[in-house]
Design a protein around this ligand. Structure first.
Ligand code: GDP
Ligand code: MG
Length: 434
């Protein structure tokens, strides 16, 4: 089976140069994955797979509880490396019933001021951006670099850092707006003819087609249109709209197409109070280079660290030299101060709050929660909250969707119909005509 389906969400890392995008990307995509399962990774070196922990415990916890109650399984041993997990994930991992799910992460380089007019890599970044469901703008919370990414000498005051972050946010919005506004402007004559023939419905379908390469769907465009009408209430007819109005329209579409979350990176060297200056943004403190260092040290067997944790343990303290000890002490202290590197928290927020996704577990056997080969809970699907049973079936396999007969809820054993809406942590058996 083609396994590209396991990655349903694409997150883009954007921002001016030298803010830490590539560091964030390397840290987040470090887990070894079987690249054959993710063909897109081999095509683009700046696309990788990152794992995000599901919010709810893996259903293998319920399975274990049941087996223990029935006396068919002994309680977890203290030294069990999987800390009780019973599942056999095809991708990602599950330890202590903490199950991780894959997403695609894209390091979008070259988005510099003026990029939409051809500066830097010019429009090359657009192809990277186009398929992203959501963007993380990495900003330099320390204000240690200018808009071109040149390092500034002195460390900024809070005021300077806030002004600098504001400039980063504004430049990126302007670049995206100019790009989307330009796309609308280009074909506007055709758009106008559609409005004359079909009214606003024609305009929506024109915009949707124009921006389909960016993931525009009719509901998204309609939502953007509603916000445009609210905010700008243009008095002229669309055929009389000046360029500036088209760009306002582009801005409303951008907000729909690219929801944005901010990583206030370099928190370790940032002055206090930067985050507080952005109450209307989803912004979280981040230390990408520390996450990278911790993951590398973990990989090398020096420490035991799990992304998201606010501390780590040293494998064999006696074997460390003074320099290593000092470096690790320093990291412990920073980690405690910031309650973790912030990366896992940010990705969790993006996937489950901003994108409102859930994790569900399709199985072939509703009693034992296994697939055809007897593999326990092999797949964890990241899907939009409230997805219907038949739509989930289509994501598992187009044949399962087309032949959908009914589903069976793995917990209640109730039969559910095509329009049954799934909730986080559901286990579902799908019956389909073959
Ligand atoms: N102090 C500090 N420096 C960082 C952090 N993350 C990245 N850097 C440094 O910022 C510089 C630019 O990082 P890079 O990932 O290449 O930035 P990119 O151009 O946005 O991809 C490098 O020297 C990194 O080591 C962080 O959290 N704190
Ligand atoms: Mg880079």
């Amino acid at each position: 089976m083609n396994l590209t389906w396991v990655v349903q969400v694409r997150i883009g890392l954007v921002g001016k140069p030298n803010v830490g995008k590539s560091t964030f990307f390397s840290a987040a995509t470090m887990a070894q994955v079987d690249i054959a399962n993710y063909p897109f990774c081999t095509i683009d070196p700046n696309v990788g797979v990152a794992f995000i922990e599901a919010r709810l415990d893996c259903p293998c916890k319920d399975l274990r509880n049941k087996l223990e109650q029935d006396g068919r399984l002994k309680p977890v041993e203290a030294d069990d490396p999987r800390q009780g997990s019973l599942c056999e994930p095809r991708t990602g991992s599950c330890i202590g019933h903490r199950r991780s799910v894959p997403i695609a992460l894209v390091d979008v380089a070259g988005l510099v001021p003026g990029a939409s007019e051809g500066r830097g890599r010019g429009n090359a970044f657009l192809a990277d951006l186009a398929n992203c469901d959501v963007l993380i703008q990495v900003v330099d919370a320390a204000g240690s670099t200018d808009l071109e990414g040149q390092f500034l000498g002195a460390v900024s005051t809070a005021e300077e850092a806030v002004a600098s972050v504001n400039a980063e946010i504004t430049f990126l919005e302007q670049e995206l707006d100019a790009w989307i506004g330009g796309l609308l402007e280009d074909g506007w004559n055709r758009g106008v003819r559609r409005v004359q023939a079909e009214g606003e419905k024609g305009l929506v379908s024109f915009i949707q087609e124009r921006l389909s390469g960016l993931g525009a769907t009719t509901p998204l465009v309609s939502q953007g249109m509603a916000e445009f009408n609210d905010a700008y209430a243009p008095s002229q007819q669309p055929w009389d709209w000046p360029t500036s109005t088209l760009h306002d329209l582009g801005q409303c579409m951008r907000k729909q197409l690219f929801p944005m979350v901010y990583a206030a990176n370099k928190a370790d060297i940032a002055p206090k109070g930067v985050l507080e200056a952005f109450p209307n943004h989803t912004m979280m403190a981040c230390m990408a280079d520390m996450e990278l260092a911790l993951r590398r040290a973990n990989e090398a067997g020096l420490i035991h660290y799990r992304s998201g944790d606010a501390s780590f343990s040293v494998q064999s303290p006696a074997s460390l030299n003074d320099a290593q000890k000092k470096a690790l002490d320093h990291m412990q202290e920073r980690l405690a101060t910031f309650d973790g590197t912030g990366m896992a928290r940010l990705m969790d927020d993006v996937l489950f709050d901003r994108l409102n996704h859930i994790v569900v577990y399709p199985v072939q056997d509703e009693t034992h929660w296994v697939d055809g080969d007897g593999r326990v809970l092999p797949d964890a699907f990241v899907v939009p909250s409230g997805i219907q049973a038949k739509a989930l079936a289509s994501r598992v396999h187009t044949d399962l969707g087309e032949g959908f007969i009914r589903g069976v809820d793995g917990r209640t054993r109730r039969i559910v119909g095509a329009d049954h809406e799934l909730v986080d942590g559901d286990v579902l058996k799908i019956h389909a005509k073959s």
